[in-house]
Design a protein around this ligand. Structure first.
Ligand SMILES: [Zn+2]
Length: 269
């Protein structure tokens, strides 16, 4: 009996939890309340800041905060215009710079951003930094973490729903859901699918453009990234990332779309 109920719950969740990603319109499944994702993310972020060295380079701190706040404002305005502000509910934006050789940056659910000092020379300037931060913030706006956790949880529930053992352990499903949500907010597991990476590139391009940064800088940044990393992989940009060539070609393809937002932002300012 419980098996059927579990399966029914799962199907119901899938039916009600399908939403569309802003800008790309891709349908996605996110079953967790954002408040759950955010509370996990906020404590993981706090822990990360407590155990890593923040930079004392005031120039870098100022630049990261400046670009972050501009993109934040652009995102908030875009979401308000599209009647999507509810997707930003509970966000507690924060932008920090960590001392590290890693060529890396990320944004956790709820707007918690870290930029590593190692990526700053590759960014070269403010517009380059906007490419990186736009991409990372896009992961959070697209709720890729929630989607990944949801994929894991539904797969696990579907598996356990078919097992007799579940009937003796009715809390197992809940445990699995919490585990899946927790795993995604662990820093080591911030690896997204190629679909997510590509989507973050496209959305990030638009957000940076809306914040007043020229979309033509994005392919240039990725060319520098390819050169800096010898064409190999770098932390956030692990194996699932599109190749540099694919990514640069896509960013050029999406440029006209982003250019419209860029020109609109220029007129508004
Ligand atoms: Zn990414």
């Amino acid at each position: 009996m419980f098996q059927k109920t579990t399966l029914f719950t799962l199907l119901l969740l899938v039916a009600i939890a399908c939403t569309s990603v802003p800008i790309t319109g891709r349908k996605q499944l996110t079953i967790f309340p954002n408040s759950t994702m955010q509370s996990q993310s906020f404590s993981a972020y706090k822990e990360f800041l407590n155990t890593n060295k923040l930079t004392t380079n005031q120039q870098q701190i100022d630049l990261v905060k400046k670009v972050g706040k501009r993109i934040q404002a652009a995102v908030e305005q875009y979401m308000a215009e599209k009647n999507l502000s509810s997707r930003l509910s509970g966000f507690q934006w924060e932008f920090n710079v960590v001392e590290s050789k890693d060529v890396n940056a990320w944004c956790m659910p709820g707007g918690k951003v870290v930029v590593y000092t190692g990526i700053i020379p590759v960014c070269k300037d403010e517009a380059g930094l906007a490419v990186v931060m736009g991409h990372e913030i896009a992961h959070a706006i697209a709720e890729h973490g929630n989607e990944r956790a949801s994929q894991q949880a539904t797969a696990q529930i579907a598996m356990t729903a078919g097992s007799v053992a579940v009937s003796q352990k009715p809390t197992l499903t809940n445990q699995l859901i919490l585990q899946a949500a927790g795993a995604v907010t662990q820093l080591g597991l911030l690896k997204y699918s190629r679909t997510h990476e590509s989507e973050a590139d496209r959305m990030g391009l638009v957000f940076a453009a809306l914040a007043g940064y020229n979309p033509a800088e994005a392919p240039k940044f990725w060319e520098r990234m390819a050169a800096a990393t010898g064409g190999g992989n770098v932390p956030e940009y692990l194996s699932t990332h599109p190749s540099h060539e694919t990514r640069i070609a896509d960013l050029k393809k999406w440029q006209p779309e982003a250019m419209e937002y860029y020109n609109r932002a220029k007129v508004a300012n």
